[in-house]
Ligand binder design. Structure first.
Ligand SMILES: NC(=O)c1ccc[n+]([C@@H]2O[C@H](COP(=O)([O-])OP(=O)(O)OC[C@H]3O[C@@H](n4cnc5c(N)ncnc54)[C@H](OP(=O)(O)O)[C@@H]3O)[C@@H](O)[C@H]2O)c1
Length: 285
């Protein structure tokens, strides 16, 4: 067995970008704690490389989260690379999303990210170094209609990450934001499954809104080729291995076409631009 570079933790390791990141960090010689709910997936992953340690945890369960964080705090060799990647989305007009489902998204996308980070920071301060990589999204900087809840969690991740970067730089700890565009993972299927058939449940008033949005998004996606999770995992590992990682990395569809416009346009122009892009411009009910 070669020399171990250090200990890493990847949340959301059973699928998508998290799983690819685990594989690549393990290949780079990190011992990687791979965490998610689906134990069988993690066990399968661990068979690929002896550097991978499966650790099932449900980040939305307060007790499980706390037990996990205690374990992290008590590790003999602290985590030096933390990839806060676990996350999911629900969709729907604001009137249609229950507060309990909003809370569940926040528990995983934001509160668990904060708590796991808090559990790893004392060890990183002892090491006088380490890298924290937080998965935001291009929708950490703007939003699609019917996606406000998910986007709001990523806006919060952006702010937390920006503040943390400045707070812990004095200790030699590096903090990186990743803003993927749309990536082909299980993310979309999970969102559809958790959202359910909103169209049949929504008030008739909203049906034209959902219809116009559906048509607008279909058009928006019609000529887009969607990259796989490797694209982002490669960027994450590049940032971890870099002597001086950037504050923020972007990649994927809509980075230039939409996020680029967000930077260039004033708020009203961008509102009009997004209404048009998503099929809602001029709609009256
Ligand atoms: N795909 C995209 O288009 C896209 C774009 C921008 C940003 N992102 C962000 O990138 C990150 C990774 O997403 P992905 O596309 O790779 O999605 P994915 O394939 O659906 O993976 C999500 C991961 O999160 C884990 N997870 C979900 N709920 C959890 C919970 N309660 N406790 C513990 N783990 C939980 C899942 O594992 P279990 O189900 O086994 O628990 C899974 O491993 C997310 O933060 C997402 O918001 C995705």
């Amino acid at each position: 067995m070669g020399t171990i570079r250090g200990k890493a933790l990847v949340t959301g390791a059973s699928s998508g970008m998290g799983r690819e990141t685990v594989r690549k960090l393990a290949q780079e010689g990190y011992q990687v704690i791979a965490s998610a709910r689906r134990k069988e997936r993690l066990d399968e992953l661990a068979k690929e490389n002896q550097n991978i340690i499966p650790r099932p945890v449900d980040l939305s369960d307060a007790q499980e989260l706390e037990k996990f964080c205690q374990e992290l705090s008590n590790l003999a060799e602290p985590i030096s690379v933390l990839i806060n990647n676990a996350g999911f989305s629900i969709r729907g007009a604001l009137e249609d999303v229950s507060l309990s489902s909003v809370r569940r998204v926040y528990e995983v996308n934001l509160f668990a990210l904060i708590r796991v980070t808090q559990a790893c920071l004392p060890g990183m301060r002892r090491l006088k170094g380490g890298t924290i990589v937080n998965l935001s999204s291009i929708v950490g900087k703007f939003t699609f209609p019917l996606n406000g809840v998910y986007s709001s969690t990523k806006h919060a991740v952006e702010a937390i990450t920006d503040a943390l970067r400045m707070e812990v730089r004095p200790f030699g700890i590096r903090v990186v934001t990743i803003r993927p565009g749309i990536i082909a993972t299980e993310f979309n299927d999970t969102a559809n499954q958790l959202t359910g058939d909103l169209f049949s449940r929504t008030d008739p008033d909203y049906k034209p809104v959902y219809q116009a949005y559906g048509a607008g998004m279909a058009k928006l996606f019609s000529n887009v080729s969607i990259p796989g999770p490797d694209l982002i995992a490669d960027i994450i590992v590049k940032a971890v291995l870099s002597d001086s990682p950037k504050a923020v990395y972007f990649a994927g569809p809509f980075v230039e076409e939409i996020y680029g416009q967000r930077i260039r346009m004033d708020d009203d122009s961008f509102d009009q631009f997004m209404s048009e892009k998503t099929g809602l411009k001029g709609l009256k009910v």
